[in-house]
Design a binder for this molecule. Structure first.
Ligand code: 0A1
Ligand code: ZN
Length: 889
């Protein structure tokens, strides 16, 4: 029997059932006594009845999980056990009417906490992760974001093993205790929800710096790492200072405490966490030097450090009323970190890489069984909703508001949002209302973007009449049904539009009926009905529309471009995104035609126009190397799979490999000249981390990969030389990626040398695991199974799991989707093993199975068999249950 049919199926939580908390907590005094057997936690809560939730006595109900309650004292009187009820996840206390003081004593065992939520041990370090609902594993508490309190925290621990004791805010007292123990007391003056609580205890190295805010306050900055790693924190520290400056300049947001701390830990479920004044990071997103981290790693670190820092205002000062509003802080903060990175580096390149992520991961989510709106209206396990929809699509929704209001209007809206809501827990609707009230722009229909799931398709058709010089552009929209939402309404869709003249220059635009277009060459057209036609006048013959410029809305565009139009835009569009998109579309059409040929048993031949467009781009020396490397990347296998009704994994893989071979071979001399020129420009050591230098390395690696793909020995020879493990990581990884699919001894030797050099460095070893798991070679699954026994692998460390298991199941479609179902069996087994240890990560690992409808009948059956095997487990977590049951629904 499916657990779905079982009477104890986990029950969903619904937005419509939201009710304000019956009691508020004003202050929390928490004492945590870390001990080898038990950790004792004492909480003194000062609370009162919430006037917004009615009057009269109401029982105090607290959340709690995985802990032993020792004693409860209410207003100075110890309660008898008969006076309260302890359920599996709730503690119910007597009804109270007025203010109260509650003391809760309990004990927990962080050393057994493998779920990495609440207080846990990572190596020799104690640390916390409380978002979303981890605080209830530390003490009984109203663990919901609309309860905001001032926290004072006292930590006690053995001094020798845990010399560093940290919590949010300012350290107000430290001292010695008997038996070699010591304590520290931290006070955070800002009211905050429990999910922003954090504490750390361990033996850590510390790197200190400082920052002077624009009003002249000095802030101490500290990054804590395992001793020995201090030398790898410089980039994170610089990124932090740049983020602080940017937030002052762009939004007027200044940091508000005297100290800002970051702690890097090796066992962490996600990327990082924005706890007030004490961010905790997955060490992978802090530690970097040119020998061990790639340029991509450096850029991700900068973006994530910025993201967590930016949460101080968008998330911490103003937080979410309930977890359905998660995108209030996440969509907005992703938008802010994307803009920060665009300002620090190349705006066009950043946009392209963000769009690629959205399309590769969010579009499939929006089209599959776990599709949900940016503001979900129901969930079983909130941890499953830290999704690309809430984060990345949420950011696109904020970006559309920015486009509709303009930068000044958006800034006015942000100012009003902060003025109204600082110190509060609010909703997405409050955010939109501030944007409206600050500018007078009506966003009532725009709110559908928060409530309606699914990716709209915009269809664009046009007709030019040479006699009247009119171009009629007809636009229409449709959003497919998604689970629970069979029909959709049209939404306002901002479409940045231009017309590119035959000479390659954008034309001044005038709409029919306008006396004068003002000379502007770009318009934001807002498609807010099911269909509409706009007419441009004075349009010369041969003009080609450039649509959805900058990817101005998260939609699929079906535009009537011919291959010639696309080739023209690929060389002429003045919008970087538009130019990249044109070449992507041209390549996608060609690759899909190759897939069709292979399906029909015919040879796959690459459309020559793609090669010519590549040749032209290669020769265009006005392009920045970083942008050129994006331009010359073919769409990935999963994007091609999505573009097909049925994702034929083998044919997609073969077609793409053949296209790369042809492009590599035909343009070999061009790649080779480029590679040589760029390698000569690379200073020894590779420590130049400027945007330009990173761009040159990206392009050199792209050229190298095409040379290897050509099959010529010279390409392999160059890659083998570049793969030598004494090089900088960007170059070594570029070479290893280029070699990774080859059935050649050189490939094995290069990987073995890399392993031997880095086997004792866990973060670099992860790269090796991911390479092994991501190889298209036929022996990959066997290799992966063998590596589960590698001394460097541990199922308890999420980074290892994501590198090895995720590297195979999410990063290697052609092998994971092997027709015999072996990849699915492997994943089912791993998900079940992991679920007993870390349900949150297990649920994420289940994702590659959910889109089984996208595959042929044989694979679809094998995938659903694997899902059934998972869901029939008698001890399944609600995390995995939610994903698997939705996938099978
Ligand atoms: N708020 C963090 C992400 C995060 C979410 C949940 C976590 O554990 C369940 C951990 C981190 C961010 O947006 O960076
Ligand atoms: Zn975030």
């Amino acid at each position: 029997m499916d657990r779905a049919a079982h009477e104890t199926s986990p029950q969903p939580v619904r937005l419509q059932d939201y009710a304000p908390p019956p009691h508020l907590i004003d202050s929390v005094e928490l004492t945590v006594e870390l001990g080898d057997d038990w950790t004792k936690v004492t909480a003194i809560l000062s609370g009162r009845r919430n006037p917004a939730a009615g009057s009269g006595p109401a029982p105090i109900v607290l959340d709690g999980q995985d802990q032993q309650l020792q004693a409860v004292t209410l207003d100075g009187r110890r309660l008898a056990e008969s006076e309260y009820q302890v359920g599996a996840e709730k503690l119910t206390l007597p009804a109270v009417d007025g203010p109260f003081e509650l003391m809760i004593e309990g004990r927990i065992r962080p050393q057994d906490n493998t779920a990495l939520e609440g207080l846990y041990r990572s190596g020799g370090l104690y640390c916390t992760q409380c978002e979303a609902e981890g605080f209830r594993r530390i003490t009984y508490y109203p663990d919901r974001p609309d309860v905001m309190a001032v926290f004072t925290v006292r930590i006690e621990a053995d001094k020798e093993r845990f010399p560093v004791l940290l919590a949010n805010g300012n350290c107000v007292e430290t001292g010695e205790l008997p038996f070699g123990r010591h304590f520290a007391v931290w006070h955070d003056p800002f009211r905050k929800p429990a999910y922003l609580f954090a504490m750390v205890a361990g033996d850590l190295g510390c790197v200190e710096d400082s920052y002077v805010t624009r009003s002249g306050r000095e802030v101490t900055l500290r990054i804590y790492v395992d001793p020995g790693n201090e030398g790898r924190t410089g980039h994170a520290m610089e990124s932090l200072k740049r983020s602080m400056r940017w937030d002052e300049e762009v939004y007027g947001f200044e940091y508000d405490l005297d100290v800002f701390m970051i702690v890097a830990v090796s066992a962490f479920n996600m990327g990082a966490m924005e706890n007030k004044g004490l961010n905790i990071f997955n060490d992978k997103f802090i530690l970097a030097d040119p020998d061990t981290a790639t340029d991509g790693d450096f850029q991700r670190i900068e973006g994530i450090v910025a993201h967590e820092y930016f949460h101080n205002w968008t998330g911490n000062r103003i937080t979410c009323r309930d977890w359905f509003q998660l995108s209030l802080k996440e969509g907005l903060t992703v938008f802010r970190d994307q803009e920060f990175s665009a300002d620090m580096h190349d705006r066009g390149v950043k946009r392209v890489s963000d769009v690629r992520l959205l399309r590769t991961v969010q579009f499939p989510e929006d089209a599959g069984p776990t599709a949900h709106p940016v503001r979900p209206d129901t969930y079983i396990e909130i941890n499953n909703f830290y999704t690309v929809t809430v984060y990345e699509k949420g950011s696109e929704v904020v970006r559309m508001i920015h486009t509709l209001l303009g930068p000044d209007g958006f800034r006015k809206g942000m100012d009003l949002y902060v003025e109204r809501h600082d110190g509060q827990a609010v909703t997405c609707d409050d955010f939109v209302a501030a944007m409206e009230d600050a500018t007078g722009v009506d966003l009532s229909r725009f709110r559908l973007w928060y409530s309606q799931a699914g990716t709209p398709t915009v269809t664009a058709r046009w007709q030019h009449d040479p006699a009247t010089r009119r171009l009629d552009l007809t636009l229409s929209q449709a959003t497919p049904s998604t689970p629970g939402q069979p029909t959709k309404q049209p939404m306002p869709i901002p479409l940045r539009t231009a017309l590119i003249g035959r000479n390659g220059a954008p034309l001044p635009l005038r709409l029919d009926g306008e006396p004068d277009g003002g000379g502007a060459t770009e318009r934001v057209l807002v498609l807010d009905e099911a269909a509409t036609t706009v007419s441009f006048v004075d349009v010369p013959p041969g003009a080609v529309p450039s649509l959805l410029r900058g990817f101005s809305a998260p939609v699929k565009l079906d535009a009537a471009w011919s291959e010639e139009d696309l080739a023209f835009l690929a060389g002429a569009d003045d919008d970087p995104f538009g130019r990249w998109e044109a070449l992507q579309s041209l390549s996608t059409r060609a690759l899909l035609a190759m897939v069709g040929a292979l399906r029909a048993g015919k040879p796959a031949v690459l459309d020559q126009r793609v090669v010519e467009a590549f040749r032209a781009s290669l020769a265009d020396d006005r392009l920045e190397p970083a942008f050129l490397s994006e331009l010359l990347a073919l769409p990935g296998e999963s994007l091609l799979g999505q573009a097909l009704d049925v994702w034929h994994v083998d044919e997609v893989h073969a077609a793409r490999a053949e296209a790369r071979r042809v492009i590599g071979e035909t343009l070999f001399d061009g790649w080779s000249a480029l590679y040589e020129r760029l390698s000569a420009a690379e200073p020894a050591g590779g420590a130049d981390l400027s945007t330009a230098a990173m761009g040159r390395r990206a392009l050199a690696n792209a050229a190298l990969a095409y040379m290897v793909a050509s099959g010529r020995e010279e390409g392999i020879r160059l890659a083998v030389a570049q793969a030598r493990p004494d090089g900088t990581m960007t170059r070594v990884m570029g070479a290893l990626v280029a070699l990774n699919d080859l059935e050649r001894p050189e490939r094995d030797a290069a990987l073995a040398a890399f392993h031997d050099r880095w086997q004792n460095d866990p973060l670099v070893l992860d790269k090796w695991f991911a390479l092994k798991a991501g190889s298209a070679r036929t022996d990959t699954l066997d290799q992966v199974k063998g590596l589960l026994e590698h001394p460097g692998f541990s199922i308890r460390i999420p980074n290892r799991v994501r590198a090895l298991i995720g590297g195979f199941t999410a990063g290697n479609p052609v092998r994971f989707h092997a027709a015999d179902g072996s990849g699915y069996d492997f994943l089912a087994e791993q998900v079940l093993a992991l679920d007993a240890i870390n349900p949150q990560v297990a649920a994420r690992m289940t994702q590659p199975l959910v889109r089984w409808r996208k595959f042929d009948a044989g694979r679809g059956k094998a995938m659903t068999d694997a899902l059934r095997r998972i869901i029939h487990s008698p001890t399944l977590s609600k995390d995995v249950y939610e994903i698997a049951s939705k996938a099978l629904a």
